[in-house]
Design a protein around this ligand. Structure first.
Ligand SMILES: *Cc1c(COP(=O)(O)O)cnc(C)c1O
Length: 381
């Protein structure tokens, strides 16, 4: 059996090595390292794939979120609603811009933002909602967009974990995640579903005005070279990363299919187990399985047992991860936004019980069989 990794970007690379190597060499020969033609070509191809009007490449997913929020003319003290159960970047950029993050709960089944919790959190200061398509499962965008329209709020989708996912509306209409809200953001961090060989990110919008503005912000706020109209930043996707991403984009649907097949295997192995909840797939969400995350339930001292499972797997050379060991509202840095006094029982409940198993495009049946048998061996002990 091949060694098991949390993410196997190396095997994935070797399958497209010739094409990738040639593309990288071409950029080196061209010497157009910044803003080469390939950056625009990749952005156009990604726009076509997602069916969105504007794709603005940038340096990473965190910058994408920051630039999105800079584009909305929010003022210090304005409130931005975000799930507590997410990666730090989603929340961090809100605080960085001197806005106030307002933590809400997630649905314990989908791990994504809970619309009822959002409604309760809205005040006269609320300006935006940031749903996160966590682990590759789409957030309930139809309900979120309805709430946003009712209260005149912006919606910024954190699509870092779900690029390629499709959302199906009640009337049957389908849209890719990241193109439903006013702005969508993604990350091309190497382990993400569309991963570069370094850092990268992108911002999406169907709004022409916002498209122009976000592009300006990512480029020092300039309307033309050396003419700066607004405060911006320097956030670029370099040509080498764009060349690699342009090749990998052609394989994205196949990569998603491989992740879903691995998830199907795990689902079957754990089906019906009393103490293991496999990831829920809501009918509106085409799950792209950035992570395959189990929830342990009906077990005493579950957090300890979960950590022991992780150690047991490690002893058997099976990596696993806890995404995330501390929810946003309990992070030291956000203590002054409510911190410990905030009651977020669902986020806390999940934090104690989640464990993510190896998930990537290169898992084979031997590996999947071994991983699931070891999980069951420990839980049934
Ligand atoms: C990875 C990730 C980000 C940040 O992306 P970077 O490219 O690492 O800056 C933001 N939000 C979520 C949910 C992520 O998983």
């Amino acid at each position: 059996m091949r060694p098991i990794q949390m993410v196997d970007t190396k095997t994935q690379y070797h399958k497209i090595k010739k094409e990738v190597d040639n593309a990288v060499l071409e950029v080196m020969e061209s010497s157009a390292f910044i803003n080469g033609k390939i950056v625009q070509d990749f952005a156009s191809n990604l726009s076509a794939y997602l069916d969105v009007k504007h794709t603005i490449p940038c340096a990473n997913g965190t910058d994408a979120l920051q630039i999105a929020m800079m584009g909305l003319d929010l003022r210090p003290g304005d409130e931005v609603i975000t799930p507590s159960f997410t990666y730090i970047a989603t929340i961090e950029v809100i605080a960085l811009l001197r806005l106030t993050p307002v933590f809400v709960e997630v649905d314990p089944k989908t791990f994504c933002i809970d619309p009822a919790s959002v409604e309760k959190a809205i005040t006269t200061k609320t300006k935006a909602i940031v749903p996160v398509h966590l682990y590759g499962h789409a957030a309930p965008m139809e309900e979120i967009m309805t709430i946003a329209a009712k209260h005149n709020l912006y919606v910024i989708e954190d699509n870092a974990q779900a690029i390629g996912s499709v959302y199906t509306f009640l009337n049957g209409e389908k849209k890719k995640t990241g193109t439903i809200g006013h702005i969508g953001c993604t990350s091309f961090y190497p382990s993400k579903n569309l991963g570069a060989f370094g850092d990268g990110g992108a911002i999406f919008t169907n709004d022409d005005k916002l498209g122009v503005k976000l592009k300006m912000i990512a480029n020092h706020g300039q309307s033309k070279k050396y003419y700066h109209d607004i405060v911006g930043c320097n956030s670029r996707l370099d040509s080498i990363q764009a060349a690699i991403l342009d090749i990998k984009l052609k394989h994205l649907d196949e990569y998603i299919a491989a992740r879903r097949a691995a998830a199907d295997y795990y689902d079957k192995a754990f089906a019906g187990h009393n103490n293991i909840k496999t990831p829920f797939r809501a009918p509106y969400s085409h799950h792209v399985f950035h992570q395959y995350t189990l929830v342990l339930d009906g077990i005493e001292k579950v957090a300890d047992k979960r950590n022991e499972l992780s150690d047991f797997l490690a002893k058997n050379n099976i990596p696993s991860m806890i995404y995330y060991p501390v929810p946003g509202h309990r992070q030291k840095v956000f203590e002054h936004f409510g911190g410990k006094s905030l009651q977020m029982p669902i986020s806390d409940w999940l934090t104690e019980r989640v464990i993510s198993l190896p998930m990537h495009t290169e898992l084979d049946a031997d590996q999947l069989g071994f991983i699931s048998s070891k999980v069951l061996e420990f839980i049934n002990k």
